[in-house]
Write a protein that binds this ligand. Structure first.
Ligand code: NAP
Length: 499
């Protein structure tokens, strides 16, 4: 780790920092880098970014499996303040998004602030000094404020299936792919049929010998309005950025409309479910396969997916859909319903460990309280950004701030602005620490609980949106615009303040 360097921006900063860094950001994905840019904009240059891996990019650095792409249009799935006129498709592929992130890191000269291979292991708040002691990559540094930008879905999940370790062939997880994986002519099993699987399967089906997909629960899938953006269209955006902003706004408006179908159960939900049913019927003629891929729950309850090539891939002669989970794994391959499938390779498309939220590391707050203990009872935060008892700690993509219908960046950008205001105010007023008031956090979570009852997410299906007790601690139960308006202004009166 490099030594702490403190830069001062005299325009805003009049007081010396009391710690190695004024702000420590954990994670250098979309949210961590965006936060750094917003800090700079506010005149705060004393910040460090701790990154566990050796490169920036988070989810787009890790998810490079064949077919990986974003299922949110790129003009909306990018920073509003760094519009890219060069997107080559409506829904960019993973490598194009990663290149965009790399360019942002260069353009804003963020690399000197990043400590690579520095996984944060713990953060302990020293309330006398008003600083966080952060241990990362085996060293401890201090920061007045920490911002957790670790991403909600980062730790690959591999289910504990009996006999898993006995398998003789190769095994891979979609979120830990590498270029040298060769599936040509092999017999492959894909376990899972979620967002990652429906992109991977069509991409590898033509090259493998046999492909068996183990689907525990089918998803509702609607057509993907994907297309190549021509050079002349890109040229238009370069020349007239306002056109790109209008396009972004239009996409945002359409996705917000989708909330009426995906978040709430409404006649729009029925319409969208009819579209998804038509999507099955137009591609799949075999009644048995149709039965297998038709969900038995209401659209929206699990994440609705978009694809034009998943159903055609299932029609291929070398692709077989087993509509069951895997009961056991032997040295030869998965076993389902008493049948052993002999394969060379198993690919886990089984998603991620429950959302990490603020802290996949140990956090100790006021009076030595531990976040893991507090969250063992209930995962709650104030507007998904701050947690009572953990002063000067902010989160991006915290609990109940994920979208089911639009770009997550709409939410994180609003959070970055909120945190930017707080950090600037703290610095200017020399605030030792801010602690969100308990009643504010309770009030917010009461609103979430009440609103959640109106959503389709709790209408009776299993999904990663819900925790073991069936509570949805992941998604925001409303329109993105409503959330954005809620965090528009940082209100000091929501916080206990220590000078
Ligand atoms: P996922 O949606 O959680 O899907 C995991 C799949 O694995 C599901 O089909 C699940 O079945 C299955 N599974 C889990 N445990 C299993 C077991 N023991 N036996 C058999 N099957 C099992 O994971 P994901 O596809 O990686 O996607 C995760 C999230 O990442 C998405 O919801 C999305 O938010 C994001 N994502 C986004 C994009 C994008 O384009 N933007 C692409 C990929 C992922 P059940 O459904 O029955 O649980």
């Amino acid at each position: 780790m490099q030594t702490a360097t403190l830069e001062r921006n005299t325009a805003v900063r009049t007081k010396a920092p009391k710690a190695d860094y004024y702000v420590g950001i954990v994670g250098s994905g979309f949210s961590g880098l965006g936060m750094a840019i917003r800090l700079r904009e506010a005149g705060i240059n004393s910040f460090a970014i701790f990154e566990a891996a050796d490169e920036v990019g988070g989810t787009w650095r890790d998810n490079v499996y064949p077919g990986a792409a974003c299922d949110v249009p790129s003009h909306l799935y990018s920073y509003s303040f760094e519009q890219n006129p060069n997107w080559s498709r409506m829904f960019a592929r993973s490598n194009e998004i990663q290149n965009y992130i790399l360019e942002i890191a260069e353009k804003h000269n963020l690399r000197p602030h990043i400590h690579f291979n520095s996984k944060v292991e713990q953060a302990v708040f020293n309330e006398d000094k008003g600083i966080w002691e952060v241990t990362a990559g085996g060293k401890t540094v201090t920061a007045n404020i920490i911002v957790s930008a670790v991403g909600a879905l980062s730790q690959p999940a591999i289910p504990e299936i009996k006999g898993r370790e006995k398998f003789k062939g190769d095994t891979y997880h979609t979120a830990r792919w590498s270029d040298d994986i060769n599936l040509k002519g092999k017999k492959v099993a894909v376990i899972g049929s979620g967002a990652s699987a429906i992109q991977l399967v069509p991409a590898i089906a033509p090259e493998v010998k046999e492909l068996t997909v183990f689907q525990r629960t089918p998803s509702w899938i609607v057509p993907k309005a994907d297309y190549e953006i021509t050079e002349s269209e890109q040229q238009l955006y370069r020349q007239f950025p306002v056109l790109q902003r209008m396009r972004r706004l239009a996409i945002y408006g359409i996705t917000e409309l989708l909330a009426t179908a995906i978040v709430y159960d409404s006649p729009m939900t029925t319409l969208l479910q009819q579209l998804a049913t038509w999507n099955i019927e137009r591609y799949i003629k075999d009644p048995e396969l149709r039965r297998k891929v038709t969900p038995k729950y209401r659209l929206g309850c699990k994440r609705m997916l978009i694809s034009n090539d998943w159903y055609p891939a299932l029609n291929r002669e070398n692709v077989h859909l087993v509509d069951r989970g895997v009961d056991e794994i032997t040295e030869n391959g998965p076993v389902a319903d008493g049948h052993e499938y002999d394969v060379d390779v198993i690919i886990w498309a089984t998603g991620f460990e429950p959302p990490a939220y603020g802290a996949p590391f140990s956090v100790t707050g006021l009076n030595s309280r531990k976040l893991e203990d507090d969250w063992a009872e209930a995962i709650e935060a104030y507007r998904g950004v701050t947690i009572t008892g953990y002063p000067n700690m902010f989160m991006l993509m915290g609990p109940n701030t994920g979208p089911g219908h639009t770009s997550v960046l709409v939410y994180t950008e609003a959070q970055m602005k909120y945190i930017q205001q707080a950090v600037k105010l703290m610095y200017e007023k020399d605030i030792r620490y801010l602690n969100v008031k308990d009643e504010k956090q309770r009030e917010f979570n009461k609103f979430i609980d009440d609103r959640m009852k109106l959503t389709t997410w709790t209408s009776g299906c299993n999904s990663w949106y819900l925790n073991e007790s069936g509570k949805n601690t992941t998604l925001y139960p409303g329109f993105a615009s409503e959330y954005v308006l809620g965090v528009r202004n940082f209100n000091l009166s929501d916080y206990e303040v220590e000078y």
